[in-house]
Every structure is written in C-alpha cells, then in structure tokens.
Write a protein that binds this ligand. Structure first.
Ligand code: GAP
Length: 491
C-alpha cells in the first residue's frame, strides 16, 4: 500500500486533501492522472452497462434529497455503526474494527516496555491479549454505542430543524424515487435497470487505508427492476437476475485486468444481511490490506419501492399487461465504488521487474483505463523538424485520446516514466522519420511505436498512425498489429 500511495503522489494520481494544512485523514484529491483514470473507469462502466444494453437507462440526481427519503429508506434508523471511545486518549473506533488493528502494549513482563503487536496476536512476552485502547494502550474502551453515518446539513439560510437534510450516503435512493418518472418518460418494460454514478458521503468512524474507506467517495450503482411473478429457467426472476448480475460484474472486473486469483465471491451470512436484503453477494478483491469488499450485489426485493410509496403516498407500481395487474417490482442492485475499483486496478497493474539489469516499474493498466494512451517523444529535441513533427502527431492523436508530448529527458528515461504511469504506447520521432536536409537525405515518413508490456518496437508510416491506434486502443492485440509492420528490437 505504501508503494502505491507514494507512486500516486509522485506521479499525480492521488494527493492528500488539503495537504498544505496538514491534510484530512479521510479525504483524497485526484490529480491530473488520477482524474483521467477515474473518468475512464466510469466511462467504460457506463458504456458497458448502460449504453451497450437495451434494458438500461441512466440518471444523474441531486446529492441533496428530501429528508423523508432517508426515513423511508431506513437510513435514519438503521444506517449506523457501533462505535467505542477510549476513555484516556478519546480516540474513537468502530467496535467491529478494533480487533483488526495492531495494538500498543506496555508489557509487565519486560518492566513495562512498549510494543506494537500485530492485530489479533497476543504479546510474545507475557501472552496478554488486547483489552485496552489499541492506539494509546492505556485507556479503557467504552461500551459500544450506535452512531449514524449520515452527514447532516441545513437547506436554506436559517439553521432550523425544519430545514435539516443529509448528504446522500448512497446513490441508490434516487433511482427508487425517480422510478415512476423514468418508467413513464421512457416507456420501459420489465426487466429494466436505472444506473447512476456519483458522489456519496458517509461519516465513517474509522476511515483509512488510502482511498479504500473515505468519507466522500463515488459510487456506480444500478437498480435492476424485475417482475417478481416471472420465472426464468424455472427460477424466480429476481433470483435468476441476481446471479446474472454477479457473473456480469465479475466478468467486467476481469475484462479490465483484475486477475482471477485476486477476486472471489463472498455470500453474506443471515446475521449480516442489510435490513432490505433477501440475499447479498460481495465481490471481494485481494487489496494490499487483505481480502475486502470491492462491490456488493444485493437482492433488495420490493422493500424500497414499497417504503417510498408508503411515505410519499404515490403509487410506485408497474402495470403487467399480460396478467392485467399492478405489481411492485423486485430490484437487484449491483453497487460498486469508483475509488475502490481504482485502487484495485492500480494494485493489480503494479509490477516491478528487472530489465537489462535495471529495475522497471510498470503499471500494466488496461489500455482503456490508462490515463495517457500515447506519449509522443522526439529523439532529438534540438532538431526543429523532429520536434515539429512530434507536436503535429500529438495534436492529431489528441483529437481522439489523451496524448502527451515529452522531451524533458533521454529516451530511456522517458520510456520508464511512461511505463510507471501505465501509458500503453509511445511514439518516437527520429532523424530517419524526417531525413537530414544538410546531408540531402529524405525521411522515410515512419515513426517508432513501442509497446509498454513487451517493450517491442515497430516502424509505422505516419499516415497509418490513426488507424493503428484505433485498433490497438479498442482492444486489438499488439501481436496482430505488430505482425503487419517492420520490427525494430526492444526499447
Ligand atoms: N446502495 C448499496 C450500497 O451503497 P454499500 O456496500 O454500502 O452498498 C457499495 O456500498 C460500494 O460503495 C462498496 O462496495 C464500496 O465499493 C463503495 N463504498 C462504500 N463505502 C465506502 C467508503 N466509505 N469509501 C469508499 N468506498 C465506499
């Protein structure tokens, strides 16, 4: 994790929020490369799950919603975590997270020497287990108390009770309260889904582990409505679609690069199911902090639509033409976190390897996710023709993709810089490309393309660059493209 945090800061992916004021422990800012990576994750998710499917539509709702939404959804009553406080240092912990922390111990068997002992382990000297505050090692912890995770705020100029509202803790509720608007305006037939990507806020008691758990984050959520009276392949439609969405989400993460061995499904036990859920399955990822939830896929039944109908007094049903009856649809909810997905993609892509006796750090990001698609590098920055051609290539390719120009170091160094941020392809312009007027030599009009992963290079005519990158950046394999051009060793 430390390696990723340091790379993220050094190369402009993620910075600590308000760092010059000492930072906030729970908020992070995405830098120039981080925002590209994050936008790419949201873009491919939207393309694959919304634009590409006839049964999906999207919305973009307000963060501030009517306060009754949170009463109806159960968040005011149930969206709580148990917290405990240290009576000595006053630090606050999530009761169910205390045992996951390394703990401070003043060991009586070693004249009170201070030790930091790994989570869940006893002291190697006296055999004691943690009972006091894991941080200061001195204070007793209070009994657990429930703490609501929603951020309260005030709507309007006067801070009075009537105007209390909340920052949304999930994007999901906007899909339920807009169910009828979307159904009527788009004339949809069940099953169909409504998607939304946007910010959510939770006053987490113990945020941490970089962007894994923060107080402000982004979610990509889908509410997929099905007719509970339908059966598919002999099974209730909601159960069938729940399994389909689990498979589709897992396949999506694999498709964009997460390795099989780092992914697993985890079924929620009866005791941990949310108040609305019939069944929930998490997709867990092996993060640097260990196996943890990447996203959840819940079968929320008709709980939400019924609740909003009850609290608003508006009917939220669907008219089943065949059966001539109004039904309250069931909903399957694939809910992913953008920041967690980004952390997983970064962690999975990060590789350190030895190349020709030197360490190479490379982010093997999927080309569709990579923040920069192509870097254009002039081999000699003092040759006007080379520089002009390189700038021209950048400008042409930048009409379609994020492309950068860099001439601030020698070519080997420039390649390593691009490897470290996951740029899948570099284009170099050299004397051969433009020729040498002084010597009466004419250029061949070709440039070198270097592939990040294999480090292989090919010579490609300038006129073919657009079509080559269209192929490579939309899933075309390097080997099949490279096979059509002249090879040029490794770079
Ligand atoms: N509407 C259902 C829902 O919000 P959730 O499991 O609480 O379900 C869905 O959240 C996803 O949102 C999680 O799997 C995780 O990826 C992300 N997420 C939740 N809390 C987060 C936090 N504090 N920081 C970062 N991501 C978070």
């Amino acid at each position: 994790m430390d390696t990723l945090v340091s790379l993220s800061k050094r190369r402009g992916f993620v910075f600590q929020s308000s760092e010059i004021y000492g930072g906030t422990g729970s908020c992070w800012d995405y830098g120039p490369l981080g925002v590209e990576l994050k936008n790419n994750i949201k873009r491919v998710w939207w393309r694959d799950f919304v634009q590409g499917r006839p049964d999906m539509v999207g919305i973009d709702a307000s963060i501030l919603m009517h306060p009754t939404v949170w009463k109806a959804s159960g968040h005011l009553d149930h969206f709580t975590d148990p917290m405990v406080d240290c009576r000595e240092c006053k630090l606050r912990f999530r009761a169910d997270h205390v045992d996951e922390l390394p703990w401070t111990h003043y060991c009586p068997a070693t004249k009170g020497n201070k030790f930091t002992i790994p989570a869940r382990e006893p002291c190697g000297h006296c055999g004691a287990r943690r009972t006091l505050c894991p941080d200061c090692g001195k204070g007793e912890l209070t009994a657990p108390r429930q703490f609501n995770l929603m951020f309260k705020t005030f709507m309007g100029p006067v801070e009075e009770d009537a105007s209390v509202t909340y920052l949304r803790p999930e994007t999901a509720q906007a899909m339920f309260v807009n169910f009828d608007n979307v159904l009527q305006s788009m004339r949809l037939k069940l099953p169909f889904g409504i998607a939304q990507a946007g910010r959510s806020f939770r006053n987490e008691i113990t945020p941490g582990n970089f962007i894994f758990r923060t107080r402000e984050f982004e979610q990509m959520e889908i509410e997929y409505f099905v007719n509970p009276h339908d059966t598919i392949e002999g099974r209730p439609a909601d159960e069938y679609w729940h399994d389909r969405w689990i498979e589709d989400c897992l396949a999506w993460f694999r498709r964009y690069g997460l390795r099989e061995e780092n992914l697993r499904l985890r079924e929620h036990g009866k005791d941990e199911l949310s108040h609305y859920s019939k069944r929930t399955v998490d997709i867990d990822y092996r993060f640097p902090i260990g196996w943890s939830e990447l996203m959840g896929i819940a079968n929320r039944t008709d709980f939400d639509l019924k609740q909003h109908s009850k609290f608003s007094g508006k009917s939220l049903t669907y008219f089943d033409e065949e059966r001539k009856e109004h039904v309250v649809p069931y909903v399957v909810e694939p809910a992913a976190g953008v920041d967690r997905a980004l952390l997983a993609f970064l962690a999975d892509a990060y590789v350190e390897e030895e190349v020709r006796g030197e360490k190479r750090v490379v982010l093997r990001l999927h080309p569709e996710l990579a923040p920069i698609k192509v870097a254009v590098l002039p081999l000699l920055k003092k040759r006007e023709e080379i520089v002009k051609t390189a700038h021209g290539i950048r400008a042409d390719l930048a009409k379609y993709w994020r492309v950068v120009y860099d001439d601030t170091a020698a070519i080997g160094r420039l390649y390593r810089r691009q490897d470290e941020v996951g740029t899948p392809y570099c284009v170099t312009v050299d004397v051969q490309t433009v020729g040498d007027q002084a010597k009466g030599e004419v250029g061949d009009g070709k440039v070198t393309i270097r592939d990040r992963d294999s480090m292989e290079q090919i010579r490609v005519p300038l006129t073919a660059l657009g079509s080559v990158f269209r192929e490579l950046l939309s899933g075309g394999a390097w080997a099949s493209v490279a096979g059509r051009f002249e090879r040029k060793g490794e770079g």
